[in-house]
Write a protein that binds this ligand. Structure first.
Ligand code: NAD
Length: 260
């Protein structure tokens, strides 16, 4: 379905982004992996995608808090593949704290990684997509792009910002064969969630098991974590042959979190 196309997926060395990269490679796209990880892990992922799917891969470890590195990354991906058709802005970080204690540097990092980086990648990739006459931009939002939870002020602000940015890019590109959508997952059991379990437990005076049951999944009506593969399938649909009229949407894949 995507043979000959090139995809850049930020934050694809683990979790949701890795599932998306695997799905895009499985559909035949050449894939640029991005994010942090040991050289052995990254090489293993590149070998896996190349051997399993016969696609080309490349990799960037650009720190998304640094806009010049983001611009270099997009150019390097275009230099490698000669095109960029699909951009998935997926990287994200989290920090939980009451707002009056929220460390300024954590606020700045979350806004930079979860919001500002999507602006910088999109600005750098759009000229290529416009030249090609086709493009698909998918932003990983969150249920926290649509509703808030306490102690996540920076994350909620960044993800609500992603929803607004997604709609704006969709409108500006509406007649250019370039769509821009946000996928808004509920809780997915990835490193990002595992890392916040202990902090949340401490702040709320709970055990980790209680946080899973009474906080994370309390408002997720299915009482199941969302699977990364289900989010990856949504990306495939948004890049597939029946996607032209889906743009500017914030698509909830959240086990019913935001329906009440
Ligand atoms: P993860 O921790 O498994 O992956 C995060 C990725 O981002 C990794 O590849 C990491 O290396 C990369 N990254 C982090 N900081 C970076 C930086 N400064 N520069 C470059 N790369 C950086 O997390 P995940 O759960 O797979 O999250 C992926 C996206 O899904 C995020 O945007 C997150 O907000 C969103 N999301 C996650 C959940 C969930 O429950 N896990 C729910 C809703 C939305």
């Amino acid at each position: 379905m995507l043979a000959g196309k090139a995809a850049l997926i930020t934050g694809s060395t683990s979790g949701i982004g890795l599932a998306m990269a695997r799905a895009l490679a499985g559909a035949g796209a050449n894939v640029a992996l991005h994010g942090f990880g040991s050289p052995e892990t990254i090489q293993g992922l590149q070998d896996e995608l190349q051997n399993n799917h016969g696609v080309q891969t490349t990799y960037s470890d650009a720190d998304l808090r640094k806009p010049p590195l983001i611009r270099d990354m997009v150019k390097q991906v275009h230099d490698k593949f000669g095109r960029i058709d699909i951009l998935v802005n997926n990287a994200g970080i989290q920090f939980v704290s009451p707002v009056q204690d929220f460390p300024e540097d954590k606020w700045d990092d979350i806004i930079a990684v979860c919001l500002n980086s999507a602006f910088h990648t999109t600005k750098a990739a759009l000229p290529y997509m416009l030249d090609q006459g086709w493009g698909r931009i998918v932003n990983t939002g969150s249920m926290h792009a649509l509703v808030a939870s306490p102690f996540k002020s920076a994350y909620n602000a960044a993800k609500h910002g992603i929803a607004g940015f997604t709609k704006t890019v969709a409108l500006e590109m509406a007649q250019k064969n370039i769509t821009c959508n946000a996928i808004c997952p509920g809780y997915v059991l990835t490193d990002l969630v595992r890392n916040q379990l202990e902090d949340t437990a401490r702040i709320r005076g709970m055990t980790v098991e209680q946080v899973v049951e009474k906080v994370l999944l309390a408002d997720q009506p299915t009482k199941q974590f969302v699977k990364p593969e289900d989010l990856a399938a949504m990306v495939l649909h948004l890049c597939g042959p029946h996607s032209a009229s889906i743009t500017g949407a914030c698509l909830s894949v959240d086990g019913g979190w935001t329906c009440r």
